[in-house]
Write a protein that binds this ligand. Structure first.
Ligand SMILES: NC(=O)c1ccc[n+]([C@@H]2O[C@H](COP(=O)([O-])OP(=O)(O)OC[C@H]3O[C@@H](n4cnc5c(N)ncnc54)[C@H](O)[C@@H]3O)[C@@H](O)[C@H]2O)c1
Length: 361
């Protein structure tokens, strides 16, 4: 066996350590293992060396479950003592950007980071600089793009068999900007396949301001949003239920339904102009790692110098940063009565705390 890579998890709640029962029961198998600690335990090159959580009960529970001896109530101390090569960050958003900066400064090169990325444009600016070096590898909690059904759908679109991509629609129900829609925005960027974002427009509700006009205290609901890409491709976030990604092309539609339970095509066949729905069977037998093991595997491959992983991660880092900027662009568009906002022109003063009740996203 080769040398084991030391890994650690910061934040030992649901995403960090204990996948919810509902996900275990109902999510398609490609979503598992979902908790960061579980994914790390499932990777043959990784050793789960330490855990950190500011809450002693969460920390003890995770330490007992995973049999980890090194536990820390202070994530910074853990990073300084253990110096993990790879870390999962599954805290709530507030303070996440600072933990990331501390980890990278201490020499941690590979980080799997929960969504959303940060709370302010100021933090985003710092993260853009932090992510810039080629030997800093970042993956993100918006994992659908790495799961087999989504990859199969995008490959189907890119095959050209259904014509040119026109529209991408993400239906994750009537969800909140920070809690739900980092996933939607990431799917739009993934489906757009490197096309540049021209503008973003959005209508929100439940926008509660904090101490100044550019500070949003709440986690607003996205009533509708459009992201326009070069080449006339439109990405849309709807309120429709279903957990679906619908890729509309000039000659038919490809859809990933129910978070990956099925992948279908809907297109005319032969002389009949009416569309027929078919299951794309090959998409349903995943041959790639599932859940959070997918991004963690990419990080390990990057640490091992794998050329394909390095290329993929360089592009992914750009999408993670752009995705977060698009969330701020949506807030700005709403504040300007739905005006189209160019991502590079988002006001650097925006912040979103994303509070729902007593909790933060
Ligand atoms: N990728 C997904 O599909 C998905 C799903 C659910 C939640 N999330 C995101 O994951 C994050 C965590 O969500 P969750 O449901 O696991 O929350 P949670 O409340 O269950 O767990 C968070 C844990 O982090 C700990 N923590 C908070 N601040 C900390 C700090 N500074 N240092 C160390 N530990 C700290 C808390 O004590 C808690 O144990 C959220 O930002 C959420 O938006 C992602």
């Amino acid at each position: 066996m080769g040398l084991m890579i030391d890994a650690a998890v910061i934040g030992c709640g649901r995403m960090g350590a204990f996948t919810s029962d509902a996900v275990r029961r109902f999510a398609p198998p490609c979503w598992l293992p979902l908790a960061h600690a579980e994914a790390i335990r499932n990777h043959p090159a990784l050793r789960l060396a330490a855990l950190a959580d500011t809450q002693a009960d969460a920390l003890e529970r995770a330490a007992a479950h995973y049999g980890v001896a090194h536990t820390y109530l202070d994530p910074r101390r853990m990073i300084d003592d253990v110096r993990p090569s790879l870390a999962g960050i599954a805290t709530r958003t507030i303070g996440r950007a600072d933990i990331l900066a501390h980890a990278v400064a201490a020499g941690t090169r590979a980080l799997h980071v929960e969504k959303p990325l940060c709370n302010s444009m100021r933090e985003l600016g710092a993260l853009e600089a932090l992510f810039a070096p080629e030997d800093v590898f970042i993956t993100y909690g918006t994992i659908r793009r790495l799961l087999a059904p989504y990859r199969a759908a995008i490959e189907a679109v890119q095959s050209g068999r259904w014509g040119d991509l026109l529209e991408v629609q993400v239906n994750l129900g009537r969800g909140a900007l920070y809690w739900t829609h980092p996933h939607s925005v990431d799917l739009l960027l993934y489906a757009a396949g490197g096309r540049a974002v021209e503008s973003v427009s959005a209508r929100l509700s439940g926008v509660e301001h904090g101490s100044h006009a550019l500070e949003v205290e709440s986690d607003p609901v996205v009533e509708s949003a459009s992201v326009w890409f070069t080449g006339g491709v439109e990405g849309r976030i709807t309120r429709s239920p279903g957990s679906d990604l619908v890729l509309s092309c000039t000659g038919g539609q490809i859809a990933v339904e129910a978070d990956g339970r099925t992948v279908t095509s809907y297109a005319p066949e032969g002389d009949d102009p009416y569309s027929v729905r078919r299951t794309l069977g090959s998409a349903l037998t995943p041959d790639a790692p599932g859940g959070t093991l997918a991004p963690v595997s990419q990080l390990v491959a990057c640490l091992q110098g794998d050329a394909a992983a390095l290329t993929a991660n360089a592009a992914l880092k750009q999408d993670i940063l752009l995705g977060q900027r698009i969330l701020f662009a949506m807030v700005q568009s709403h504040a300007q009565a739905g005006r189209a906002v160019v991502p590079s022109e988002v006001d650097p003063g925006w912040s979103v705390l994303a509070r729902s009740g007593t909790r933060f996203a």
